[in-house]
Design a protein around this ligand. Sequence first.
Ligand code: CP
Ligand code: NVA
Length: 315
Amino acid sequence: MTKDFLTLFDLTSEELVGLFERTDLLKSGQSGLPLEGKTVALIFQKPSLRTRVSFEVAVTQLGGHTTFLSQESIGIGTRESVHDVALLLSRYCTAIVARLFEHRVLVDLARHSTIPVINALTDLSHPCQVLADLYTIRQYGKLNPGLTVAFIGDGNNVVNSWLEISALYPLHFILAAPKDYYPNESIVRRARAAGVSKIDIVNDPMEAVRNADVVYTDVWTSMGQERETERRKKAFAGYQVNEALMNAALADCLVMHCLPAHRGEEITDGVIDGPRSVVFDQAENRLHVQKAVLAGLCAPGAIRHDTKKVRGISA
Ligand code: CP
Ligand code: NVA
């Protein structure tokens, strides 16, 4: 793995396989304490439940400690420059997990740190989430080349990370979104140029879900976009994942959502609580894959997998 984990473009297909194999071991309870005596800094400029708690638990289970640094307490880029925060934390800590608004601040933080930096979500991407999502799909025996993932809604940070992972694993990714809410153009170009997956961007949710193995959605208004809430509610009104849409999908498809959900907006209670929903498995798997990422970056070689005893990337 590279020094940092900022985007899924940082991984190779082989590293993705290795990460999932390491995740299998960690999930089955094997780990040792590779972070014993070490501290991981968690810098969060935005709210979080899953990411914060799963990283805190992950570090604890690997034998280490975390220190939580809110924007209010450290003022990254305001009280102190990104450069100085990076150099300082590199003297005390073993890694930095950062949830930031601007992706370029994350890149800056990584450039000036001598320790690994992990992307815990930026306005641009959310790689830990999509790693856990693909691992969940594999857990359900659906990770086969040609897997079709239909994402209904905003072409946001989660979509960008789906596009990134489509450069590593052959899938058919279909986004159904209103045309003003398409994903980052350079990520779409780079994902298509990788030539690994089929990527379609359409307007009609019915068309997207028809042959999908996974129907995925996320909030219409992401953190930091609150002022656009009313405009977005209007733009996405036809993009709700509801019973009518799910009637057009395959009977055994999975319903996914990174959470938190705005129930009654992008998804109905009936669908998110229904039999096809795997949203809490996704959330649980954040813990397991992040342990694999932390171990891979901070203690390479500490978690050894015997490829004969664990499953490969396919289910
Ligand atoms: N899915 C996710 O990242 O959740 P939080 O915003 O609660 O961390
Ligand atoms: N797109 C959402 C994801 C939350 C986990 C946001 O950025 O708010």
